[in-house]
Design a protein around this ligand. Structure first.
Ligand SMILES: NC(=O)C1=CN([C@@H]2O[C@H](COP(=O)(O)OP(=O)(O)OC[C@H]3O[C@@H](n4cnc5c(N)ncnc54)[C@H](O)[C@@H]3O)[C@@H](O)[C@H]2O)C=CC1
Ligand SMILES: CC(=O)C(=O)O
Ligand SMILES: [Mg+2]
Length: 573
């Protein structure tokens, strides 16, 4: 097996903080998981052959964190901060995660949305060493070798985060630059969910790109042709899943930012066969399900009584509708009644049974065209959001369209004219793509709206109240789902496990005073993730898909969470 495996081995237990090493000297400083820079004590330097390779002073980790944080602050622009953090991550794993964990609210917008969107767009220009596995559709025979090249054994990997980069956030096709979204998600799996960073790999399926800017850029490092579609694409994905299962049979495959045509299709193709999870479909659904549940509870209502408009009926939007529908069914609605609570729009307006090019996963939500026969259409023959809002008087409005500013003042005021506390969630990322800003929504609703956004927003002061804005981002749930799946060795990720994650998050929300957010705060991510993990593992056991039954779920999940502390080295002779 690979070189890295032989050079060191993370021993089980103790939160991943005992490591057997059989290398000495400079090699240790070059492996981020082993390196601790000037924090190596004098004694360790002697044992590990590091004498003379570092300045003689010994810096405790707290001082290192302080220094790294000052360097972070000195970097002004978000991308400069991003580069600082990426470079630290590539030098010293423990210090990077200690810093990130201690400043998660401040640094998440750098390692994740919105700054990650810029990093992805600038990938070709900013290219440095990137961690990850790149699989090319032009050489599918190399897939297994490439997965093995990471030097990990069958049991070493819990999560494979994979993208084909067609639908990166709301910024579309980004070619191999999409690997950065996998790295951002990977950082959060560890910082929030305590998944050992060595137990994950990031994969980019390079199937070409239809981004003409990239195809015409000499610096673009991906395969230089248009996206391959159809059978060749499906066969490539299949070859990847087969190889991934063979090489890492216990790993959950996390799909990220596939295009609308493939995301639901791939999930449906594999969900009953392998342990697999689509973050945009299921992770987003769980967090929005939690926010919606918390909001209706605060209003003393139930989800089954809501009228829901989904603006942007793609990967995320329909995932959300599917989950809310399942919760409504759990509250006693039959499936048709539950489906009838949704009005979904795509770029062609309201989806009806007369709409063209309706995708399979959207079809259940197509409205009866007779019901809307006398509604007005715009000059492109579409039934617009404004028209839907004025007829339906929705209680919940969800934005997953990637279309900035589309929740206009007129639309929001119209919604608020009929509903006491409208629930409005403009979820599109990164920040510039938000359908409406929280400050505007609060202004247009006289502070009555209950809001959650996909990217972070500052609190909004209004009169005596400061409104904290919930961040309804799948980051609040996917780390806990991955942790829970790994802890109980789940063979599948079922809908009930996703609903359990949503319920776990909703149960942590206390909306006792005006202005409190609809979801737990980002500072609380580690506790949220552990709570989600326990709920997911319990649901997996109830569903009969867990290979390991947790005897003491709290202790078992906590024991599994990797902690950013420098490891004890056990020397191999
Ligand atoms: N907050 C969160 O956790 C998440 C947020 N998102 C965000 O949601 C947005 C969409 O992402 P995906 O669902 O993955 O993309 P997608 O491409 O699968 O779906 C976008 C949908 O929006 C529709 N659309 C486009 N223009 C429209 C218009 N003018 N009016 C109405 N609908 C329109 C498209 O037809 C499509 O159905 C992105 O900005 C993404 O960042 C996605 C996943 C998670
Ligand atoms: C958050 C996320 O997964 C997205 O915007 O695609
Ligand atoms: Mg995504």
């Amino acid at each position: 097996m690979g070189e890295q495996r032989r050079r060191y081995e993370v021993l089980p237990g103790n939160h991943g903080s005992r490591i057997k090493v059989n290398i000495r000297g400079e090699d240790i400083l070059h492996i981020p998981r082993l390196n601790r820079g000037t924090a190596f004590t004098t004694e360790e330097r002697k044992r590990l052959g590091l004498v003379g390779l570092l300045p003689s002073g010994v810096t405790p980790i707290d001082a290192q964190v302080h220094r790294a944080y000052q360097q972070f602050l000195e970097a002004r622009a978000p991308m400069a901060k991003f580069r600082r953090l990426a470079s630290l991550r590539d030098r010293n794993t423990v210090l990077f995660f200690r810093l990130l964990s201690e400043h998660i609210e401040e640094m998440m917008p750098i390692v994740y949305t919105p700054t990650i969107g810029i990093a992805i767009e600038q990938f070709s220009r900013q290219l440095t060493r990137v961690e990850g596995v790149f699989l090319s559709i032009d050489t599918p025979e190399d897939i297994e070798e490439a997965l093995l090249a990471k030097g990990r054994h069958a049991d070493d990997i819990d999560i494979i985060i994979v993208t084909d980069s067609e639908g990166i956030l709301g910024i579309g096709d980004q070619g191999v630059g999409g690997i950065q979204i996998c790295l951002g998600k990977k950082s959060l799996y560890t910082a929030a969910g305590g998944v050992d960073p060595n137990r994950m790999i990031s994969v980019c399926l390079d199937v070409g790109t239809n981004n003409l800017g990239l195809l015409n850029d000499d610096l673009y490092p991906g395969v230089r042709h248009a996206r391959v579609r159809g059978k060749a694409y499906d066969d490539f994905v299949d070859a990847f899943v087969t190889a991934a299962q063979k090489v890492f049979p216990h790993a959950m495959i996390h799909w990220e930012d596939f295009g609308a045509a493939n995301a639901h299709k791939i999930l449906d193709r594999y969900r009953d066969e392998v342990c697999t999870f689509n973050d945009d479909v299921q992770g987003t659904a769980a967090v929005v399900g939690a926010a919606a549940t918390a909001a209706v509870r605060a209003k003393g209502e139930r989800l089954r009584d809501q009228r829901v408009v989904v603006y942007g009926a793609g990967t995320a939007g329909i995932g959300i509708a599917d989950l809310l529908r399942e919760v409504m069914a759990g509250e006693g609605l039959d499936p048709d009644e539950a489906t009838d609570r949704f009005w979904c729009l795509n770029s062609r307006g309201l989806i009806t049974d007369a709409s063209a090019n309706v995708r399979d996963f959207q079809e259940p939500y197509a409205r009866d065209s007779l019901e809307v026969a006398d509604w007005e259409v715009d000059n492109q023959r579409r039934i617009s959001l404004a028209e839907v809002v004025s007829h339906i008087k929705p209680t919940i409005l969800i934005g997953t369209s990637g279309q900035p500013g589309t929740f206009s003042e007129k639309i929001v005021r119209e919604m608020a004219a009929h509903v006491d506390q409208p629930i409005i969630m403009p979820l599109s990322n990164p920040t510039p793509l938000v359908e409406a800003t929280p400050a505007d929504i609060l202004e247009w609703t006289d502070g009555r709206a209950l809001i959650a956004t996909g990217s972070p927003f500052d609190p909004v002061p209004r009169g005596d109240v400061e409104f904290e804005i919930a961040q309804a981002n799948n980051a609040l749930v996917f780390p806990g789902i991955g942790l829970g799946v790994a802890a109980c060795r789940a063979r599948r990720v079922t809908d009930k496990m996703i609903v359990a994650a949503a319920e776990a998050v909703a149960s942590m929300v206390q909306m006792s005073t005006p202005g409190t957010p609809l979801l737990p705060r980002i500072n609380d991510l580690r506790r949220v993730s552990a709570t989600v993990a326990i709920a997911v593992a319990q649901a997996a056991a109830e569903e009969g898909v867990a290979d390991v039954v947790l005897k003491d779920p709290v202790q078992d999940v906590f024991d599994r969470m990797w902690q950013p502390v420098y490891p004890e080295f056990i020397l191999d002779d």
